[in-house]
Ligand binder design. Sequence first.
Ligand code: GDP
Length: 528
Amino acid sequence: MNQKQLQQEIQRRKTFAIISHPDAGKTTLTEKLLLLGGAIRTAGSVKSRKSEKFATSDWMELEKQRGISVTSSVMQFTYQDYKINILDTPGHQDFSEDTYRTLMAVDSVVMIIDVAKGVEPQTIKLFKVCKDRGIPIFTFINKLDRQGKEPLELFEELEEVLGIETYPINYPIGMGQSFRGVYDRMDHKIEWYNEKRERQTQVLTEDDDLTEILKGVADEGTIHQLEEDLMLLDEAGNPFDFEAVKQGKQTPVFFGSAVSSFGVPTFLEHYLKMAPYPQARETSIGKVTPDTEQFSGFVFKIQANMNPAHRDRIAFLRICSGKFERGMTVWLDRTKKSVKLAQPQQFFADSREIIDDAYPGDIVGLYDPGFYQIGDSVCESKETFNYGELPQFPPEHFAKVRAKNAMKQKHFLKGVNQLAQEGAIQIYRTPYEETILGVVGQLQFDVFVYRMKAEYGVDLDMQRMPHQIAKWITKPEDADELRKSSNNLVVLDHQERPVIIFENDFSLRWFEQKHPDIELVDSSFSLR
Ligand code: GDP
């Protein structure tokens, strides 16, 4: 394949994740995008995880669902000439470090905000990870068919709570009962829907009068409000700054109603024009650009099949450079061993298929007989390099664990270390050699207990702790001081980096007041 073809393939790829608080409309929007791309034919094909009503502890039930969650974790479809990869970031019980790590594999994100609820807790957490990475964030304000907060109020909330500038690309014409469509500020286009919910668009010329055109569409009050807001935005709003968008400092904002598709096509078209295609990434040998001839990528997620009879797993590989070909032999940077990529799978809306080739931005699923670890880099060239360790994210639930049977200590340590390396959990060691487990989502505890038993034959004693916050200490010498002088819980992560664990916000703030000189950070991200 020549360089030009490779570049063409790269430039038509858009790889993103949708982040939101549960119920904001992620499933619905995903489905509407897939419908637009012709990847599915009917609504209701994308499984909402909510409908999987299993108790978190009910592993066997969960296992049954795994077929679904594997296919829905990455979805590829084509729209116009674009190849689009949507990576799922599960919410609810499935929320785990995987959710965060997935954000390492995308080139941009779409953040959905419920117009009535505004910025919600889970959105804030996911947003922070994206902001730290400095990737472009596009905002879709959803459910405009319901009465919600005023647009201007929402911009203020986004700017204040998330600390990101906003630039509305389109603006709602009415809201709730009187919602008629959106006005596109970029293209000066009105998109409205008639009683039959048919989409109509009109591009305004210099001579067109918005009021006149909207007269037959919306009521007087709505038109008046729209004109006033648009004027205010033009005069006092942020100017559009594409550089700031690319750095994740300004978010283009769209309004719509996913359930009725209002505003979804406009959103997708602008998004595809503005969102970046795969870019160069930092590696151990400097920046590697996607059009580098040699294939390379990294594993950001491993989905273990819980069936102990055949321990196969799927490693999700994000392609970063070159062309991927089925059956090719690559080198794993961590072990310097070669591996043949024999049964690569790609994921479509409702199926997975063996594929022959793929390009930067694409995600392939590799059959994994226990070969890969999260964060592993693979390269076509024997002179390997890596895309860096994936960061650890702040866990929110903690438990002390040990083997029920002291004779099983060796197996226990082996399992704990392997599962921590794989990224299924985080482990910390106390000064008394106790093992503390930290997880982002509760479900990870269940996975851990199940796998320790199934794969290592160890029954666990697990004692939940009241702690909720972990902070990495940037200077290790600070930790030594703290261990001597205070009763804080100072532990080491699996790379021997000091971490301090707090029970709640109050104790964290108390600590910060007492030790203003000690720098604490949220994730191992900031230590890199
Ligand atoms: P998720 O949890 O973010 O995946 O949210 P879903 O897509 O499952 O949506 C949650 C609920 O909100 C469902 O009952 C949807 O039908 C509803 N919903 C989604 N989009 C809209 C919308 O634009 N307007 C209204 N009124 N409801 C919506």
